[in-house]
Design a binder for this molecule. Structure first.
Ligand SMILES: Cc1ncc(COP(=O)(O)O)c(C=O)c1O
Length: 277
């Protein structure tokens, strides 16, 4: 997986204005040359891209790393004894170490590659959810969830008889912590919540949400799609049970994301797809 250091701010909505104003030595000015796609005019003006919450643009460093891989090292990962396969496997597993370090996972085995964040959530829903949840068990979501963190749980609830409950917004259009406290109880088996909302931009108090859920032995999944490109993520400090993120929102190519899960939990989860790498 290819990550680019902490400059993703250059492409966010809030930074677009300074980017146009081109402040001397601004972060935006420093990193703009790294993004070839921005070196074009649209309707006679320099392109300003404001949709990076949906997908980020890719810097030269990422594009070059991809090209170098396909020009020098491309081979089947974990499936060959020849030099190229060794290099490809080293690159693939080396990236797992980098992702584990990036989120401060306790073990590299806690990182599973997925095609995106949606697949990470589906993995937990189908592997853990279908095998664990029973009729009457409760899943707590919020009304601000992306469809990716709603539909898998609706499907699991249909199949198991589990009940979905939703945290509403408070007067500031943010996570209503007080209402959450009234929802969570001994029947709660899962809380699955977005860290930073893609629609509202609010930053949810995930540490507090997780601590409360754990008092009732409920598991917690954090959707970090919008937070991880912009803030440090420490899964051990957060104490989440699972966390998902997506490469394409943090300058990596489309088609790669990851699921973090606590090792004991992951060991007990049956395979979701019949291929293990
Ligand atoms: C908060 C949030 N969760 C999940 C997703 C889905 O991400 P992916 O495209 O990696 O499946 C998105 C994408 O917009 C998102 O913003």
């Amino acid at each position: 997986m290819l990550f680019y250091p902490k400059f993703v701010k250059v492409l966010t909505l809030n930074d677009a204005a300074p980017m146009i104003a081109i402040q001397e030595k601004s972060l935006a000015l420093q990193v703009r040359p790294d993004f070839p796609i921005l070196h074009q005019q649209i309707q006679d003006s320099p392109l300003v891209y404001l949709d990076s919450a949906a997908t980020s643009q890719k810097p030269t460093q990422v594009l070059e790393a991809l090209q170098a891989y396909y020009e020098r090292d491309n081979a089947n990962v974990h499936r060959g004894v020849h030099t190229l396969s060794g290099r490809a496997t080293d690159a693939y597993e080396g990236a797992r170490d980098k992702v584990a370090a990036f989120v401060n996972a306790a073990s590299r085995q806690e990182i599973v590659y997925t095609r995106n964040a949606s697949e990470g959530i589906n993995l937990v829903a189908y592997s853990w959810g279908l095998n664990t949840l029973k009729a009457g068990d409760e899943i707590i979501l919020t009304v601000m969830e992306h469809h990716s963190n709603l539909i898998p749980w609706q499907l699991v609830a249909q199949k198991t008889g589990a009940v979905l409950k939703f945290v509403e917004l408070d007067e500031n259009q943010a996570f209503d912590l007080e209402q959450y406290k009234t929802l969570v109880n001994d029947r709660t088996k899962l809380v699955s919540v977005v860290h930073v909302s893609n629609t509202l931009g609010c930053v949810n108090p995930v540490e507090e949400i997780i601590a409360i859920a754990h008092q009732y032995n409920a598991k917690v999944l954090i959707d970090a799609c919008q937070s991880i490109p912009h803030m440090p993520i420490d899964v051990q400090a957060m104490d989440c049970d699972w966390l998902v993120a997506s490469g394409h929102k943090m300058c990596a190519p489309t088609g790669i994301g990851f699921l973090y899960g606590k090792l004991d939990l992951m060991r007990d989860m049956p395979p979701f797809l019949g291929v293990v790498r």
